[in-house]
Design a binder for this molecule. Structure first.
Ligand code: CUA
Length: 294
């Protein structure tokens, strides 16, 4: 957040710097006055009107009014206004991962998780809600926080100025693995974004029998489908993603194997079933199906 990118983050950064340097200057002034009061000999009687009315009323009202003005400007920079050209993406918080839903030109849902692809230099509206408890969606370099609340859609509006990777986190305590609920945002030029979403749209593959037996009750591998028994990340484009377990591990074949057999040690309390004793042949089949192909 101290390395802001884009107009929303710039407003917040300006407000932060104003508060930091303003508070530093006021603190210095107070310490200087306190030092003067304590140590100066034969000091004159303080002018009561100036100290009470000036220091007690006029100065705080002026300082707080300036802060209020810039705080409202910063808040205004996050508010979504109707914008037909804005790129729309739905984000749904879950314990402890993020569901990400795009719409293709035909209105069909394309579902992914924990990695969000957006255009650079164009306004993006994140339509944010939650499937369980309250989470908070935060991309520190790009904008302020927005709560993900069950039953309500909050819209966060921002612009990522240049292509690149931006890290995101959950900013509201939401249970045991609140700290392991991060996500990656990649801003692309329009052609690269279209290509990446096309790869997601075409990511459906026929899963092997071991996946169907152990995983398919919860994890969908068709980007147009959702799993069933419990809310679980859609794995259609998992081979293209950079991390596993909502940021818990880098996405490699080895860490995929580690995650499937040992995820309760890596991310205790997560909702996935335990597969510590899975048949090694089945594990090989599942890892072979899901392992990275970037
Ligand atoms: Cu989700 Cu904290």
């Amino acid at each position: 957040m101290l390395d802001p990118a884009g107009p929303s983050a710039d407003e917040i950064n300006f407000l932060w710097l104003l508060m930091l340097w303003g508070a530093a200057a006021i603190s210095l002034l107070i310490f200087a006055l306190a030092g003067y009061a304590a140590f100066a000999r034969n000091r004159p009687q303080a002018p009561t009107g100036l100290m009470l009315w000036g220091g007690g009323i006029v100065f705080p009202v002026a300082a707080l009014s300036i802060l209020l003005f810039y705080a409202m400007r910063a808040g205004d920079a996050l508010v979504a206004r109707p914008d037909a050209t804005a790129f729309q993406v739905d984000v749904i918080g879950h314990q402890w991962w993020w569901e990400v839903v795009y719409r293709d030109s035909g209105g069909r849902q394309l579902i992914s998780a924990n990695e969000i692809h957006i255009p650079a230099g164009r306004r993006v509206h994140f339509n944010i809600r939650s499937g369980d408890v309250i989470h908070s969606f935060w991309i520190p370099r790009l904008a302020g926080k927005m709560d993900a609340v069950p039953g309500i859609t909050n819209i966060l509006s921002l612009v990522a100025p240049t292509p690149g990777a931006y890290r995101g986190v959950c900013a509201e305590f939401c249970g045991a693995q609140h700290a392991r609920m991060s996500f990656d945002v990649y801003a692309h030029d329009e052609a690269a974004l279209a290509a990446r979403l096309e790869r997601l749209a075409e990511a459906a593959r026929q899963p092997p029998a071991a996946f169907t037996q152990h995983c398919a009750q919860c994890h969908a591998v068709d980007p147009g489908a959702r799993g069933g028994r419990i809310a679980a990340p859609n794995l259609a484009d998992l081979p293209m993603r950079r991390r596993l377990g909502a940021g818990a591990l880098p996405n490699t074949s080895e860490s995929l194997r580690e995650w499937i057999t040992n995820h309760q040690a890596l991310k205790p309390g997560n909702r996935m079933d335990v597969f510590a004793d899975i048949d090694p042949a089945h594990l090989d089949e599942i890892v072979g199906f899901l392992e990275p192909r970037r």
